[in-house]
Design a protein around this ligand. Structure first.
Ligand code: SF4
Length: 212
């Protein structure tokens, strides 16, 4: 498997134009932006987060903000009523339980309202530069197609993928697979014809070209 992993990482980097540069931001902003990103496109998340943070920047400010104003600011992210309540509750929890700071540990992050393993992982990687491997739908789909894991949900994928992939690649995997999933291994119609991972891909061998 190590040779296969290295090939997968190198070829994905080649397809997406280079190593995925892991960006960093204040943990609170990463946390709130990741909540806003649930079930919407990146562009909608960026616009909602931009509007929200131009008005409210801290847990204290969001906890006190009128709910209807939060809803208006984050409307473009979709499910804005649920998300507005969620970010308000998270902000309140941070004030009450964590002295207004985003906790660094996974277990503490998972106690926050609506925060699951993917959001916790994003905060760890992009907020604290810690080793974690956030699994979203792209990471789940691609790692199953490649045969790195055989799982039925992103939650189930995460621990198996951490065993399959050396730790030094963890921080990069999320961004790399999101980009690769948008350019090559698309959700509905993967562009296997242009993909240089065909020879290590279980989906290609079993579904696309079982005749080979
Ligand atoms: S060969 Fe096809 S299914 Fe496999 S990783 Fe490439 S694009 Fe995805």
């Amino acid at each position: 498997m190590p040779g296969k992993i290295q090939k997968i990482v190198l070829e994905m980097r080649r397809h997406v134009g280079g190593r995925a540069a892991v960006w960093h931001e204040e943990p609170f902003k990463v946390l709130i932006a990741t909540v806003l990103s649930q079930r919407t496109r990146d562009q909608n998340t960026r616009s909602a987060a931009g509007r929200l943070f131009s008005r409210y920047k801290t847990p204290g400010e969001i906890a006190k903000a009128p709910l209807n104003e939060l809803e208006t600011l984050i409307r473009s992210s979709g499910f804005y009523k649920v998300k507005a309540e969620r970010i308000k509750k998270i902000s309140r929890q941070l004030l009450d339980e964590f002295a207004g700071k985003v906790p660094r540990g996974r277990d503490e992050l998972l106690t926050l309202e609506g925060v699951g393993p993917k959001t916790a992982g994003c905060v760890q990687v992009y907020g604290f530069d810690d080793y974690a491997l956030p699994v979203d739908t792209h990471v789940h789909r691609i790692s199953n197609r490649l045969g790195l894991v055989e799982t039925r949900s992103p939650e189930e994928t995460e621990p198996h993928l951490k065993e399959a992939i050396p730790r030094r690649y963890w921080k990069e995997v999320n961004l790399l697979m999101i980009r690769f999933g948008n350019l090559v291994c698309l959700p509905q119609k993967p562009r296997c014809g242009i993909c240089s991972l065909k020879d290590v891909c279980e989906y290609y061998k079993k579904v696309v070209r079982p005749d080979l």
